[in-house]
Structure formats: C-alpha cells, structure tokens
Design a protein around this ligand. Structure first.
Ligand code: MN
Length: 148
C-alpha cells in the first residue's frame, strides 16, 4: 500500500493520517504538529511519527527511558541533547539515548520537521520539575535555549 505525501500550503502532509496540532505556547511545546505515519503493529512494534515545528516553535523538554531515532526532514534549528546544544539540519540523524533531556528548536527562522521513531511499549515522558529546571539552568551551554 502506498500513502502519498503532499505539501499542504507550507506543511508536509500525509493526508491519510490525522494531523494533531499543539498550538499552545509556553508550558510544554509551541507551534508543533504531529502525524503518526506508522502506528504500532504486531509485526512492526514501533511508532513512526512526523513532527513539524513552525518557525520559532519548539518541542517539549522531556526525559524518559525509551530512546528516539530522529531524522530531520526539513529546515534547520537546534537540538538539546543531555547537556549540549547542537545545530541540526535536514537529513541529520539524531539518537536520543535513555534518560537524556531533549528538546528541538525551530530557531533559525524556518520550519523544522523531523521523523521520530519510538518503540511501541514505552514509558511516559517526564517533564522537568522546578528543581531539575534550576539544575539545567546552571549549565551555560544550554540555559538560553531551554523552554518549559
Ligand atoms: Mn522524547
């Protein structure tokens, strides 16, 4: 089966799947949308999702035991991985290890879109506590990037 891709206005779309938008800003993520390209299947026990951040948007700052395989599909921006910020651009691949703080930023004036693969059975992401935020903010390499 083939499920075609299209560009809808300025957004990457796979019309056969739902588009879930997270437009609230401030607390968790901002300007993000999500499409589940492949849901968990007994023969393919992973979820393959496409996330797209509007210019200026960002994903939630989070931590969990499961890992992510990420492939940037469009645009450029930055990624927080543990205690570092790295620039990211289309076709870069990023492995997020267990128990590693991570966040993606579309902070280069353009959309940032990426595929994110997770296993089907996984723990829920944890959000930072105020204590953890205080601790993360002590790192000058990342403190200006953190959004929470
Ligand atoms: Mn995550």
């Amino acid at each position: 089966m083939i499920f075609p891709f299209e560009i809808d206005g300025e957004s990457f779309r796979w019309p056969q799947v739902d588009l879930k938008a997270y437009n609230s800003s401030g607390t968790q993520s901002s300007g993000m949308s999500k499409q589940i390209l492949f849901d968990v299947d007994e023969n393919l026990p992973v979820e393959i999702r496409y996330f797209e951040a509007k210019a200026g948007g960002y994903s939630a700052l989070e931590l969990h035991q499961h890992v992510h395989g990420v492939i940037i599909l469009r645009g450029k921006g930055h990624a927080l991985l543990g205690s570092e910020i790295q620039p990211v651009k289309a076709f870069d691949r990023i492995f997020v290890p267990p128990a590693t703080w991570h966040q993606f930023y579309a902070d280069e004036g353009e959309k940032l879109g990426f595929i994110c693969i997770v296993k089907g059975e996984r723990d829920k992401p944890a959000r930072p506590t105020q204590e953890q935020i205080t601790e993360l903010q002590k790192n000058p390499a990342i403190c200006d990037y953190l959004r929470y």
